[in-house]
Write a protein that binds this ligand. Structure first.
Ligand code: PLP
Length: 341
């Protein structure tokens, strides 16, 4: 099976399994785990932030950030396709008592300063006030769009001008940095916190990181405990996480494979796939007379797995466990599936 469902399906390498087995550990709730401490320090440094917190998942990292930045009853600004809004089980109201307000932005989900200005609500007797702006990079539901630094900075400045802090949901933040040729620390220059996943393109079996300034991370550590994310000998998962940080530069290979995959799909009669920015390919099968579900089912029979992501759209991800040879084989099988339909 060539598994293109997500970049989360990678299996830990032998080196990661050895790092798990051999990790120096302690009780991380007491801050005694040297491997977690090292991972947090290295991740903070990479993100250009003072401190970082190891969390079990990207969802927890985002929701801890939201709870830490906001007060109950406030509003949070994000775009309609934002993961924090659309794919986290309504965590914003459930876990923080905060109401999302949808930000206008263009079809690639690049936020604009005007959108932030329009969405901003000043606190008064009747209105709750805006407590946070959430940005996303790369943008998942728009197909791994890498939002350029100027756009991130401009939206963040518009928020800061109104005393609103900014959280960046960067589950695939490092994909964005590699695609744009930007240093991660430069990309976070104007945001107050950033979450990125070790378990997506970087290949770790589990874990994400939430980074920000020291005062923020101290408060976030208490919220992580509240949400049940205080972990004990977590060095066994932080060890593989440290190795994941060495997989940043190779993300360029996933992006190249995604470009070749999109090109090949676009050449199949009835399919169209725009050139991807990063490792997520969106393919439309309407002209082939196939729904996304039908296309993915026909390909699954041919041992290529990916999921529908809209009526006539499917999403395919390249990752560490997909070689350029796999891309060629997957393309042949998908073309065969479309022809047979
Ligand atoms: C995957 C993802 C998350 C959540 O990460 P999990 O580790 O699956 O909880 C958050 N934001 C974006 C943009 C994502 O793609």
């Amino acid at each position: 099976m060539i598994d293109l469902r997500s970049d989360t399906v990678t299996k830990p390498s032998d080196a990661m399994r050895e790092a798990a087995a051999g990790a120096d550990v302690g009780d991380d709730v007491y801050r005694d785990d040297p491997t977690v401490n090292e991972l947090e320090a290295r991740a903070a440094d990479l993100a250009g932030m003072e401190a970082a917190l190891f969390v079990p998942s990207g969802t927890m990292g985002n929701q801890v950030a939201i709870r830490t930045h906001t007060d109950r009853g406030q509003e949070l600004l994000c775009d309609e396709g934002a993961h924090v809004y659309k794919w986290e089980l309504g965590g914003i109201p459930q876990l923080s008592g905060v109401q999302p307000r949808i930000l206008d932005c263009d079809e690639r989900c690049v936020p604009t300063p005007e959108g932030v200005a329009d969405g901003y609500v000043a606190e008064d007797l009747h209105r709750p006030g805006t407590g946070l702006l959430c940005l996303e990079n790369t943008h998942n539901s728009r197909g791994g769009v890498a939002v350029p630094k100027e756009h991130v900075d401009a939206a963040a400045r518009a928020a800061h001008d109104r005393d609103v802090p900014v959280h960046l949901d960067g589950a695939r933040f490092l994909n964005a940095c590699v695609a744009l040729g930007e240093e991660p620390a430069a990309m976070t220059e104007h945001v107050d916190s950033v979450m990125f996943c070790l378990s997506k393109g970087l290949g770790a079996p589990v874990g994400s990181v939430l980074a920000g300034d020291e005062a923020f991370v101290d408060r976030a550590r208490r919220v992580r405990k509240l949400f049940g994310g205080g972990m004990r000998q977590a060095g066994v998962i932080a060890g593989p996480g440290l190795l994941a940080l060495e997989n940043v530069d190779r993300l360029a290979e996933d992006h190249e494979n995604a470009r070749r995959l999109a090109e090949g799909l676009d050449d199949v009669e009835g399919l169209s796939a725009p050139e991807p920015d990063t490792n997520i390919v969106m393919v439309n099968s309407e002209a082939a007379g196939l729904t996304g579900e039908e296309l993915s089912a026909a390909c699954e029979e041919r041992d290529v797995a990916f999921a529908a992501f809209g009526e006539h759209t499917c999403r395919l991800c390249t990752h560490l466990d997909v070689s350029d040879g796999d891309v060629a084989v997957a393309l042949d099988r998908i073309a065969d599936a479309v022809q047979a339909a």
